[in-house]
Design a protein around this ligand. Sequence first.
Ligand code: SF4
Length: 332
Amino acid sequence: MHSIEFDQAVDPASALRLVQQPNSKFIGGGTNLIDLMKGDVERPARLVDINHIGLADITELPGGGLRIGALARNSDTANHLLVRTRYPLLTQALLAGASPQLCNMATVGGNLLQRTRCPYFMDTAFAMCNKRAPGSGCGAREGVNRTHAILGTSDACIAVNPSDMNVALAALDAVVQVSGPRGARSIPILEFHRLPGATPQVDTVLQPGELITSVDLPPPLFARHTHYLKVRDRNSYAFALVSVAAALDVSGGVVRQARIALGGVAHKPWRMPAAEALLAGHALDDARSNHAAALLLAGAHGFKDNRFKIKLAERAIVRALREAQDNAGGSA
Ligand code: SF4
């Protein structure tokens, strides 16, 4: 039996203080952490409950952006009027992400920190997993790897980031605000998650003892022409094989700016500025979208079971861009 201490923080300062104890973890909605604890994948000595420290509000920022508190529930965020009307891409991604029950519990901060659903990581019956047991090897590289990464992989790990929200946040250039023993800092979303490299056990650049306080969205450039496309094995509830967050700023039929982020293909949301620049200043057509897709997938490498993802991702990008252009709506 593994005993766990439980503390309830009353504000961010007490949360930061309590989590300084060795092997402590914050718990918010618990929708990922509790699963991993049940499977003996995570074994914290102490849980610090942060559900009562505030940080659940969604407020406008000076200049037109939006601040989403780290403890805002996914369903509250998805259905918030300002998110629906100004950032419908985020609403679409959140609602595609999980069942209503999970969305009611899961928090934005926890969603950022979701761990991979690689079956070798999730099941301690498998001996080899560098992410769970550093140095043990990667069971997926030569094993069952249909859902794994095709971009940014390493010899040590080919897992994917499972979040839909993170893909939309990447397309929207969100900034993660954190607070820690050394003060507060801002981390652009594309720098928040890591590629696996030789240390796949480290998912993000968050330092021990740091607390995510909010996610900030810049003023909405892409409220109208956006689309989140999630390709998965079953529509009711499944992680993405490939997902695309596409956002276009279109004027007079010409794309002024574009954002394309991919999910289900790498250890972090995947963007390629050169592919987005290719679309700017032109009317969108399939030939140009195909060219952008090829740039985004440059360097993609499939494994035994997942080579299909390369072509699937290319087609999903073209379709998502087409849907984004055709979508003139302002809310999800
Ligand atoms: Fe572990 Fe990563 Fe290999 Fe999966 S892909 S078995 S998470 S090291």
